[in-house]
Every structure is written in C-alpha cells, then in structure tokens.
Design a protein around this ligand. Structure first.
Ligand SMILES: *[C@@H]1O[C@H](CO)[C@@H](O)[C@H](O)[C@H]1NC(C)=O
Ligand SMILES: *[C@@H]1O[C@H](CO)[C@@H](O)[C@H](O)[C@H]1NC(C)=O
Ligand SMILES: *[C@@H]1O[C@H](CO)[C@@H](O)[C@H](O)[C@H]1NC(C)=O
Ligand SMILES: *[C@@H]1O[C@H](CO)[C@@H](O)[C@H](O)[C@H]1NC(C)=O
Ligand SMILES: *[C@@H]1O[C@H](CO)[C@@H](O)[C@H](O)[C@H]1NC(C)=O
Ligand SMILES: *[C@@H]1O[C@H](CO)[C@@H](O)[C@H](O)[C@H]1NC(C)=O
Ligand SMILES: *[C@@H]1O[C@H](CO)[C@@H](O)[C@H](O)[C@H]1NC(C)=O
Ligand SMILES: *[C@@H]1O[C@H](CO)[C@@H](O)[C@H](O)[C@H]1NC(C)=O
Ligand SMILES: *[C@@H]1O[C@H](CO)[C@@H](O)[C@H](O)[C@H]1NC(C)=O
Length: 669
C-alpha cells in the first residue's frame, strides 16, 4: 500500500540513512496492528470508542472527518492502534488547515517588549481555520491513503468481514491492518540533540536519532557584488523576499500552491522583468532577490540570514538594507486588490515613517495602468507572519509585506494537502499534451504576472531609476511555465533544459516543497536554476572553463556564478546542447542559529528537528481468531525451542556428523 505518514508532535518524518535496529524492536510494531473499522460519519466512531468487541482498531477515516474534534477523541482512547486517512475529494469547502491559528507565534517581532498589544495574534487571527493538528503528539501512526483504488480494496475487505451485524460483533476471521513506522527520536529536540551529541563525543559510530532541519536560501543581486568581500557600507540595497517552503500534516506532501508557490513564482517573474530593463547596471541602489527556505518552521532561513549579516558572515550587513519588500500569498485577490501591510510599531519613528510612506507611494504609483490595485492596510494592524519580522527584530528597517488578504488569510488550506493548484485556480483544458500544458497561459498566470510587473516597476524606482517604467513588463508565459513546473510536473522539458546534468534526478513527478534535513532539496535547486535562467546570461565558455571559472581570469569569479546546464533536446535526437550560464545566483545556509550556538532549547531561534525513521509501509490480512492466534504462537514457540535444541545438538556433535574423510595424497599445496 502506498501511503504518506503523518507527522504530529515535535519531530516530523525523516529521510536519509538510518542505523539498522536490532531485531527485538520489531515486537513494538505489533502494537500498530488492528482490526479495520471504516468511519464515514461521526456515529461510526461509537463502535471504535465504545461498542466494538475487538480492540484495538485500525481506523479508516473519511477525509471530511479528519478534524481536531475527531482526532482528539481518538487520541483519548487506547482502543485505536492506527489511523489511515482517505483524502477528501473535492477539498473540504469549510477549509482545512493543520497549521496554527497564529503561525510561527513567538518567533516574529511582536512580543511583550515590542508592540505587546499585537503579540500572539491578539489583534488579528491570521489563520482562523487552523486546527493545530500538525503540532499535536499522537502515539499511534497516521497515514494518508492517496490511491482511491487501494482505499477501495481496504473497504471491500472491511465490508466482507468486519461489518457489525444487528448490533453484535462480526465473527472471525476479521480483516486487520498493520502499519509499519518507527520513529527513533524521543520527547524533544533538547533531549535528542543532547543524546546525539554525547554519542558523537564518546562513540566512533554514533547512532543519531534526530537531525536539525537544514537547507539553503537562494539569493541573487541585480548588480553583481563581490561574494568573498564586503559590500561598501554606503551602498544601499533593496531586499525582496519570499519563502519557498511549505508543509502539510503528511510527509512528502506539501503542495503549498498559495502559501509558497504563488509568491515565489511572482518574485521570480519580477526578477526577470527587472533584469531585462535597460540601464539597470547604473542604478544608484542595488536590488537583492531572496528566497527563504524553512520559514514554515519558525523562520529558519530568514533568522539565519539576519544572524549571518550581524556576525559579518554575509557580503551584506543589515545597515546596507535600504528597504524591504516581501511577497506573501498573492494569488487569491478579490477585486484585484493587493494589500500593503506595514509595522505600526516601527512607524512611530519619524524617519522610518517617512521612508515607509515613500515605499507605499512608490508601490501605489507603480500600479497605475495595471489591473492591480494596491491598498494600504494602515496602522491599526500588525504585520502578518513574514520573514520581514525577523529583520525587524534586529533593526528598524522600512518595509512592506504584500498579500491578497487584508486581515485573516484568504487561503482556507494553509499548510495542508489541499493547498493544490486548484486552490489558486490553475486549471487546464482537457486533452493538452505535457508540452502544450507547459506553455498554456492560465488566468492565474496572467494575474500573477501583473503583480510581478507592479513589483518590478516599483523596484526600479526605489533603486533610483528615473526613466519611464512602462516598458518593464513581467512575462505571463514565464509565469505559466513556472506554475506548471512547481505545481504540476517538475520533470518538464524546460526544467530539464536549465539544470546541471548531475542533478537531473531531482525532477520527480509531483512537486512538493518541504524543507529537508540535508543537502538542498528539489525546490531549492529548481528556484536556483530558474532564477539563473531568468536573470543570467549565456556565455561562450567551454565546459572546462565553465566548471572551473577560477582558471580563467576574465570570468570574474568573485562576482559571478557559472553553471554548465543540460540545454534542450536536439530535434529528432536524444542528445542535448549544453551551455554555460553566468548569473549572480547563490545559496546560503538555512540552518537555525540555535544549532550553530548549541542552544537546543532556544526561544529566540527555531529548534525544529526531524526524527529518523524506518520504512513506512502497510499490509492488510485476515486474522483467524484469538484462540487460533494463540495456538499459532504456541506452535511457533515449540518449533523455535526444538530447532534451538537441534542446532545445539548438531553443533556439539559437528565433528562426528560432518567429519570429512581425509585423503592426504589427493591434496597438494
Ligand atoms: C483504479 O482502477 C480503475 C479501474 O480498475 C483503473 O482504470 C484505474 O487506472 C485505477 N487507478 C489507479 C491509480 O490505479
Ligand atoms: C573580492 O574581495 C576579495 C576579498 O576582499 C578581494 O581579494 C578580491 O580582489 C575582490 N574581487 C573583486 C573582483 O573585486
Ligand atoms: C533613460 O533613458 C535614456 C534615453 O532613453 C537613456 O539614455 C538613459 O540611459 C536611461 N537611464 C537609465 C537610468 O536607464
Ligand atoms: C529612528 O530611526 C533612526 C534610524 O533607524 C534612528 O537613527 C533614530 O534614532 C530613531 N529615532 C528614535 C526617536 O528612535
Ligand atoms: C524525466 O522524463 C524523462 C523523459 O522526458 C525521462 O527519461 C526521465 O527518466 C524522467 N526523470 C525522472 C527522474 O523521472
Ligand atoms: C526529489 O529528488 C529526489 C532525488 O534527489 C527524487 O528521488 C525525488 O523523487 C524528488 N522529489 C520530487 C517531489 O520531485
Ligand atoms: C533559459 O532557458 C531557455 C529555454 O530553455 C533558453 O532558451 C535560454 O537560453 C536560457 N537562458 C539562460 C540565460 O540560461
Ligand atoms: C565561442 O568561442 C569559440 C572559441 O573560444 C569561438 O570559436 C566561437 O566563434 C565563439 N562563438 C561565439 C558565438 O561567439
Ligand atoms: C525530424 O523528423 C521529421 C520526421 O521524421 C522530419 O520531417 C524532420 O525534417 C526532422 N528534423 C530534423 C531537424 O532532422
């Protein structure tokens, strides 16, 4: 059965190598076996919780009942050994979000010392449908059944064997299910990191049970900067930011269409539009495009970049930042309105206030003639959860967060498996080939391109550009391709042509945007290469020169990055035409400073870790009866004891039983 495991509690599921366990913990897995009971309406729960005579039960839960109320009931009983959830189709109209009502609470800027009236979402509850299920600890495994056919097979087995008849329990044999999943980590990050650290001090072969979430931020600048030096303190930079990660309750499922993809695709399109504008290399201010990874987990990426800037481990310092613009959930606009959120606390300072007013005015002016209306939210409300809050924590910087919602999110499926392309109305006509779908311009692509145009024009002016901006225009075709690639199918001809040959395995089929515990994940690489394609230039270097730019002085290695990419397939052949791309796109580490500082209980920085785990799988089978099971077990033990005795006996008499007749003459050495 193909499924995805749920990830409640402090540790989520982990990929990566795992130490083999001794054989005995297998016994623990027996606890994850139960008699299947299908729950399609709330009344069916009674059987599981009270009436059913054969606990523990393995509950097959209809997606529409996967909510906090039902889960807390199941959590409160010992009669449940596991939960398999069937995905609801269509998505629940009332909304579904296993995230928090107040995302990343406590790690943003608002606290008892800074705008206490805004702390803990006191003024605005951003995610009212948030049930917080992702943050609950369940002591039974929870799986998602993605394949409707497999769900049918399980239901059929239940129908045939387990349906209660006239109030009395069904007869043996019963249909049962076993879920295999074992998380190695225990209690909390503090405990498991301390254990891992003690182990790695005293053991040559430490058994690590959890890993910090770790990935990379992607960034680039409009005008190249020396990555191994420091930017002149007088040089001003405008920082544009979005997050690129998302999350859902289940491992390996994080479509994040509205919560991440819509914004970073718009950001990429704006970067392309601005790079194509004339005269940008002579603009007085630089622009930095920043894509933060791990923001879902208490702002890992942005808190690390701020930390690096403060500690002089980044080419820029916080004092270089002239202003900040963040794109945050921009696809679900009502009446074409895009809201501009600002921080009421820092605006009390007059000089900040003046600069914020200027920012708001520039943004509003840039929307003249476009099909986007920008409106100011005003002072009454704090910033929504955003990376910008981490920068404000460190320094008062003028900044604006753009979103499609004025108060609470328009997205009803924040951080859930239902935040799919359909959620942002990315839909294609029937019968298109993959190539045609890749190029098909949806209405969503057009509207996101408009937002990108406004942002690019505003950036041009903020950077000191004096010329008319009407020529700056984001391309809806690029936006379409990106939406297709990041939402529908990564393994498409465009993505294939713009990445390095050695990472082509990252092009899996269904995209998901969950942060990882090691090396860059698929999304990070793809954002990196898409940004390089959209903002870089093709240079005439040989493969050798491109891979080792330090050997060719004219490449200005400090200023640019080089990538030897696959290129498109030649017509009528299977070979590609690779080429060299020069860009300013770079990666920077997105590991929470808490791990750098070994402060595993930090309340200042994110402390999320991921448990290591064994394979996830499941099987269904018939159980005969309790008595028969006991007999089988007894017979098994008898056979075991007998074979142990036999082995002992054979071992003891081995020289007699297996003595080889010697014939010294036949062997020569
Ligand atoms: C489910 O079963 C139907 C009919 O047997 C089949 O056409 C379809 O391809 C199956 N779907 C999957 C995902 O296996
Ligand atoms: C970049 O900075 C490094 C260190 O300050 C310096 O050695 C190098 O010459 C600089 N490169 C360029 C192209 O300015
Ligand atoms: C503005 O436009 C003029 C004429 O089109 C051009 O000469 C100049 O370089 C442009 N300036 C900038 C900063 O793009
Ligand atoms: C206002 O902000 C500026 C720049 O951040 C700072 O220099 C100044 O001291 C602040 N003024 C007050 C009254 O806090
Ligand atoms: C991607 O698609 C190509 C065909 O277009 C195929 O050869 C390749 O194996 C696929 N890659 C992955 C990782 O599935
Ligand atoms: C991500 O890349 C790995 C290889 O590094 C691949 O196995 C996996 O299928 C990819 N996932 C997606 C969602 O594309
Ligand atoms: C970007 O990708 C397109 C399509 O594969 C290609 O034609 C173009 O040359 C690429 N540009 C850069 C700078 O890589
Ligand atoms: C690229 O460089 C090679 C040798 O360095 C040269 O022969 C060729 O003409 C160049 N091509 C272009 C388009 O400039
Ligand atoms: C590719 O193949 C088609 C049909 O087989 C042919 O008409 C066409 O000329 C070929 N193109 C090239 C560039 O060889």
């Amino acid at each position: 059965v193909k499924m995805a495991a749920g990830s409640g509690g402090a540790q989520a599921a982990a990929r990566g190598p795992r130490a083999p366990l001794p054989a005995w913990p297998r016994l623990l897995l027996l606890g994850d076996t139960g008699v299947i009971h299908v729950v399609e309406k709330e009344e069916d729960l009674r059987w599981v919780l009270l009436d059913g005579p054969h606990p523990p039960y393995m509950v097959l839960l209809d997606g529409s009942l996967f909510n906090r109320k039902v889960l807390l009931q199941l959590k409160g009983t010992s009669r449940v050994s596991g939960l398999a959830v069937a995905k609801a189709k269509p998505s629940p109209p009332q909304g579904f979000s296993p995230g928090l009502k107040c995302p990343n609470d406590g790690f943003g800027v608002y606290s008892e010392d800074y705008g206490p009236q805004y702390a803990h979402c006191n003024t605005t509850v951003w995610n009212p449908v948030g049930s917080g299920l992702s943050y609950e600890d369940f002591d039974f495994p929870i799986f998602l059944l993605e394949d409707a056919n497999e769900t049918e097979v399980i239901k059929q087995c239940y129908q045939d064997h387990n349906v209660p008849r006239e109030g009395s329990g069904p007869e043996y044999p019963l249909c049962a299910m076993q879920l295999f999943s074992h998380m190695h980590a225990v209690t909390s990050t503090v405990t498991c990191m301390r254990r891992s650290s003690i182990q790695s001090t005293f053991s040559l072969n430490p058994e690590v049970v959890c890993d910090p979430l770790l990935d990379y931020n992607v960034w680039s600048t409009l005008q190249p900067i020396n990555s191994s030096g420091k930017v002149d303190p007088k040089k001003e930079v405008i920082l544009v930011a979005t997050r690129i990660d998302s999350h859902s309750f289940f491992w390996n499922i994080a479509p994040g269409a509205e919560s991440a993809v819509s914004s970073f695709v718009t950001h990429l399109a704006a970067a392309e539009a601005l790079h194509k504008a004339p005269g940008i290399q002579s603009l007085p201010r630089n622009v930095m495009f920043t894509f933060f990874q791990g923001e879902t987990f208490d702002y890992i990426g942005s808190s690390r970049m701020v930390y690096d800037m403060e500690k002089d481990k980044f080419p820029l310092r916080l004092s270089n930042i002239h202003s900040f613009i963040e794109l945050n959930q921009v696809a679900l606009r009502n009446n074409s309105v895009l809201w501009m959120h600002t921080d009421p606390v820092s605006r009390k300072n007059e000089s900040i206030q003046t600069q914020v007013e200027n920012l708001l005015e520039t943004l509003s002016n840039s929307s003249a003639g476009a099909n986007v209306t920008l409106q100011d939210v005003g002072y009454s409300q704090p910033l929504p959860p955003s990376s910008f809050q981490r920068f404000l924590r460190a320094k008062h910087i003028p900044g604006v967060v753009l979103s499609d919602h004025r108060a609470s999110f328009h997205n009803r499926y924040y951080q859930s498996m239902y935040d799919t392309p359909e959620n942002i109305r990315v839909e294609y006509p029937e019968g298109l080939s993959p190539e045609e779908t890749l190029e098909y311009v949806t209405d969503t692509a057009k509207s996101l391109a408009e937002v990108a145009t406004v942002v690019a024009r505003a950036l041009y002016q903020l950077a000191g550009g004096a010329n008319d901006t009407s020529a700056i225009q984001a391309d809806p075709k690029t936006v379409s391709r990106m939406l297709y690639g990041f939402l529908i199918k990564m393994n498409n001809s465009w993505f294939q042509s713009i990445i390095k040959p050695d990472i082509k395995v990252i092009l899996g089929d269904v995209p998901q945007h969950y942060v990882a515990v090691s090396s860059p994940v698929n999304t990070t690489y793809l954002v990196q290469y898409v940004l390089a394609n959209l903002t870089g230039t093709v240079v005439n270097l040989t493969k050798e020169e491109c891979l080792n730019p330090e050997k060719t002085p004219s490449t200005e290695k400090d200023l640019y990055e080089y990538a030897w990419v696959q290129g498109s397939l030649d017509p009528n052949s299977t070979s590609r035409a690779p080429f060299c791309v020069r860009s300013t796109v770079r990666l920077s580490k997105a590991l929470s400073p808490a791990f750098e500082l070994r402060q595993w209980g930090s309340t200042e920085y994110s402390t999320w870790t991921e448990s290591r785990w064994k394979d996830i799988r499941a099987r269904i089978f018939l159980v005969a009866s309790k008595e028969l099971e006991m007999i089988t077990l007894a017979v098994g033990i008898v056979i075991l004891v007998f074979s142990l005795l036999a082995t002992y006996f054979i071992n003891a008499k081995a020289d007699v039983l297996f003595s080889i007749p010697r014939d010294p003459g036949a062997v020569t050495y």
